[in-house]
Design a protein around this ligand. Structure first.
Ligand code: ZN
Length: 420
């Protein structure tokens, strides 16, 4: 076990308070925040005065409380600074600029040529995207508190290294250092599974529950876990590679070099392969763009076209069997299906997945879990990446340093912690 210092705990409590202000539009009183977080009123008062001092929160009027003394309402100070979230995917780089309240200010999507494999070229695209969103909004770079970058594959977060990327056969690429040569703002590197999960923790299902599984279904497939309100990373930050667990012995070839992986069946390309198996001559198979295939399949299935319905049916069966493993292993309260495949195939895929989970999961964890589609606005990955930058800023010990004031008086609610 990692022993937490009082500063760590204080930082986690700071996240906990703020998580109840993000994602909702309304200002909250200290009393409401204490009730929502389970922290004592004194702790909340202490944390909020620090956040007010740092300009992260501002007062937003007062609310009468049934004849009692009116209570000061607190809200996020969106103007305090900007945050950037970058989603490096197989075919594009998406750069999104947010204010401190994580409201989108501007977004730019830059296509990556299919033959592009060199880290230097990807770095150039990210840097150009950042310059472009800043220029489009007249935002000086000094106003940006941090940029989070999500790259597919395995990431060594502390060192900012892309350890392994199945797309481009990258090994041990020092991506953060390469990017820092072009971008003079604090940079945070991680992968889409972690980014999607953190986005759900701050803005989606994780605002309501502490034990959460977030399944990411795009070209790459994986899962992220919030356990007791904290992001679970594993020993070397590679937890969640559920996409490369085996669904079928000697099954389809996967990009990782193995056979029968979950990703080869329920990732974007996996769905295309299922279409090929159902209807080898389907004209849709000539479409190079996977998202386009998914969109067309969803339309055809909605019209009751049998080939498309069969593809959705089979995808739901594969996904349900694999999701049942997560339900049995982790006993989550909520399991969210998100990203490209879930967005495009939507409710019909959810219904078929549910039916398959019912057949495969054990009765007790099955009863406990609420299986649902993500409700986050597009795009969970860049939003989550920006949230890493927000967390990095909130971890700043110079800004929130004075431990002398820290009397970590914890109220009811036990050791609830936010992701770090
Ligand atoms: Zn694999």
């Amino acid at each position: 076990m990692v022993s937490r210092t009082s500063q760590d705990i204080r930082c986690l409590n700071r996240f906990e308070v703020l998580r109840h202000l993000y994602g909702g539009d309304e200002a909250r009183s200290r009393q409401e925040l204490a009730t929502a977080t389970g922290l004592s009123f004194a702790t909340v008062a202490n944390l909020t005065s620090e956040l007010l001092e740092a300009g992260v929160l501002v007062e937003a009027g007062r609310a009468g409380s049934g004849g009692g003394r009116p209570r000061a309402l607190l809200t996020l100070n969106a103007e305090r600074g900007a945050l950037i979230g970058v989603d490096v995917a197989e075919a594009s780089v998406r750069v999104e600029l947010f204010d401190l309240a994580l409201r989108e200010l501007h977004v730019q999507e830059r296509p990556l040529p299919p033959d592009l494999v060199e880290p230097a070229q990807v770095v150039q695209e990210i840097a150009a995207g950042i310059d472009a969103v800043l220029a489009a909004t007249d935002t000086p770079a000094e106003h940006v508190l941090g940029a989070g970058v999500s790259v597919p594959g395995l990431v060594e977060r502390e060192g900012g290294v892309s350890a392994y990327s199945p797309y481009w056969a990258w090994r041990q690429v020092p991506l953060r250092a390469l990017l820092a040569e072009h971008v003079g703002i604090p940079l945070y590197l991680d992968n889409p599974l972690k980014a999607s999960t953190v986005a759900e923790m701050w803005f989606g299902a994780g605002r309501e529950v502490d034990d959460l599984v977030v399944v990411t279904l795009r070209t790459g497939v994986g899962a992220g876990f919030a356990v007791g309100g904290a992001l679970y990373r594993g020993f070397t930050n590679s937890a969640g590679e559920w996409g490369h667990t085996c669904l079928e012995l000697d099954g389809r070839l996967c990009r990782c070099g193995s056979r029968g992986c979950v990703e080869a069946y329920v990732g974007t390309r996996g769905v295309v392969e299922t279409l090929r198996a159902v209807a080898p001559d389907d004209p849709l198979l000539d479409t190079p763009d996977g998202a386009g295939v998914l969109r067309a399949l969803a339309r055809r299935a909605a019209d009751g076209e049998p080939v498309a319905e069969e593809v959705v049916e089979r995808t739901g069966r594969y996904l349900g069997a694999a999701v049942a493993n997560l339900v049995n292993l982790l006993n989550p309260e909520v399991l969210v299906l998100g990203n490209q495949v879930a967005e495009q195939l939507g409710e019909p895929l959810l219904a078929r997945t549910r039916a398959a989970v019912d057949r495969h999961a054990l009765a007790q964890p099955l009863r406990a879990v609420d299986l649902r589609l993500s409700t986050l606005p597009e795009n969970a990955v860049s939003r989550g990446a920006a949230t890493f930058a927000l967390e990095g800023f909130l971890n700043n010990r110079e800004l929130f340093g004075s431990v002398s004031r820290a009397r970590a008086s914890r109220g009811r609610g036990g050791n609830r912690t936010a992701g770090k």
